[in-house]
Structure formats: structure tokens, C-alpha cells
Write a protein that binds this ligand. Structure first.
Ligand code: HPA
Length: 272
């Protein structure tokens, strides 16, 4: 396997060349539903087809299209990554985090991860956004597994004490005091959890469950970026509400919340 860090540097050079952006300040990974909201952030300066960049894949999930959009917000160069890839598509942890490693190699020091998640708290209904305070990684893998990072990179034993930046969370919560914080439990999926797994998650302290984010957060922290992560609660987790779960419901929750997610992202990018 090519060294994943060199692959990300190569992809970053290609991204710079194709987007015309020399260096990014912030990157946002747009999860299910968030892409519609991001269209309100303004006309992108450029749109790069991500599958043309080294190491990128065309996503296979409805609602996830593979593009990197460049926008300027409050003087900052922002990369919007639309279309993440997941473990459940058969990708390795290194492949899942490659877009994040690429934008960091292209300069981004702050990474905003967004997702749609199942909510465990009956008081936080679908449509609400929760700021991730910490996570439980139940994917049984790590983007730091395998060969040690080459010279010039941080060692593989990265401290995750302050994984979700307290500084960025405080900045966002002072701009948006109505938001609450929660603990996100990342599973491999693609099946949704059983009600028994959701009661385990609750016992372990989770308030959100999903199939992304945790590996990207670890990879970003390893590269010394600051991480902020936001979950749109798209449904009550299995056994919490009365209904059944479907991917359609997850996408619809995103569409319904699009305008408010766009306004929130705009506030997030100005508050960081
Ligand atoms: N479980 C796991 N992942 C999810 C869910 C869920 O309930 N909703 C959206 N992504």
C-alpha cells in the first residue's frame, strides 16, 4: 500500500491546482443531509470532482456525491467535502480518512465534521443539532493502524483527551447557546442498531449513534488539526421512539433541516 500520508500530500497538490486555492483554513465534511444546507453558504469559487484526486473514491451511498467545493467565508478559505466514504462500503480506515488528511495537507487547521445520527435522548427530537463533546469508537479500527507514520509526522500513539476541541465548542456555544452537547458512539453499520445495542450505548454514556466521524476525528487530531463535530439528529435510535428506521427518513430529516443547517454552518464558520 502507498504510504497514506504521501498519498494525501499528492491529492492536496492536485486539489490546490484544480481549485485554484493555495491554502485552506477550514474544511467541513458534509454528512447526510448537510450538503443541501451548505448550498446556502454562497456560490463556490470552484467545484472539484473528488473522484479525480489521488486516493479518492466515488461514493456509493444515495445522498453522498463526491465533490470538494471551495468557498470564502469571513475571509477564510473553506473546503466543503461533499460525499464521505464509509467503512460499510468496504473501505479501510485509511481510505475513510483520506479526504480529511488531504485537506489538512492542503493547509486546513480546523476540521468541522458533520453527520446524521440516531438520537438516544427522548428530549432531543429529530431535526435538532447536537455538538459532539466526545466519542466512543465502536468501529474496532483506527486510522493509525498499520505501518507507523513516516518521519515528520506525529507518532501513532496520539492523545485524544481533547479530541473535540474545547476551544471550538466554547466558541460555537457562545454564538449558539441553544445547542446542547452529547457523546457520539460510532459503529461500522450499515445496519442500524438493535434496541439492545442502543440500551448498551445509553449505559455507556452515548447520546448519539452513527456510522462515521470517529475515524476522521482521530486522523485530524493526529495531524494536529482542531476538530469540531456536529450531529443532526435524523431519527430516534432503535427502541427510543415508536417508529422504524430507514435511510430515506435520514435523508428527509436533512432536507427538512437544510435551511437551518445552512444558517448554522455559516455561524459555525464565522465563530471559529
Ligand atoms: N444509527 C446509526 N447511524 C445512523 C442512525 C442511527 O439510528 N441515524 C443516522 N445514522
Amino acid at each position: 500500500m502507498t504510504n497514506p500520508y504521501e498519498l494525501a500530500e499528492r491529492a492536496a497538490d492536485e486539489l490546490r491546482e484544480r481549485s485554484g486555492v493555495d491554502s485552506y483554513d477550514v474544511a467541513v465534511v458534509l454528512g447526510s443531509g448537510w450538503k443541501e444546507g451548505a448550498t446556502t453558504l454562497g456560490e463556490p469559487q470552484s467545484v472539484v470532482d473528488a473522484s479525480t484526486l489521488s486516493g479518492f473514491f466515488a461514493p456509493t451511498v444515495a445522498g453522498h456525491g463526491g465533490e470538494i467545493l471551495s468557498v470564502t467565508i469571513g475571509g477564510a478559505n473553506v473546503a466543503l467535502i461533499a460525499g464521505r466514504v464509509h467503512l460499510y462500503e468496504g473501505h479501510s480506515a485509511h481510505e475513510v480518512v483520506h479526504p480529511v488528511r488531504t485537506v489538512i495537507a492542503a493547509g486546513a487547521k480546523k476540521i468541522v465534521l458533520t453527520n446524521a445520527a440516531g438520537g438516544l435522548d427522548p428530549a432531543i427530537p429529530p431535526g435538532r443539532v447536537v455538538v459532539i463533546r466526545d466519542h466512543l469508537n465502536f468501529t474496532a479500527t483506527s486510522p493509525l493502524e498499520g505501518t507507523a507514520p513516516p518521519a515528520g509526522y506525529a507518532a501513532r500513539f496520539v492523545d485524544l483527551t481533547d479530541l473535540y476541541s474545547a476551544r471550538l465548542r466554547t466558541a460555537l456555544l457562545s454564538a449558539r447557546p441553544e445547542l446542547t452537547e452529547g457523546v457520539y458512539m460510532g459503529f461500522r453499520g450499515p445496519h442500524y442498531e438493535t434496541p439492545a445495542e442502543i440500551s448498551m450505548a445509553a449505559t455507556l454514556g452515548a447520546s448519539l449513534v452513527g456510522m462515521s466521524t470517529v475515524l476522521e476525528a482521530i486522523a485530524a487530531r493526529h495531524l494536529d488539526a482542531e476538530v469540531l463535530a456536529l450531529s443532526l439528529v435524523s431519527n430516534f435510535a432503535a427502541g427510543v421512539g415508536a417508529g422504524s428506521l430507514s435511510h430515506k427518513e435520514v435523508l428527509e430529516a436533512g432536507q427538512e433541516a437544510a435551511a437551518s443547517l445552512g444558517a448554522l454552518l455559516s455561524d459555525v464558520l464565522r465563530a471559529l
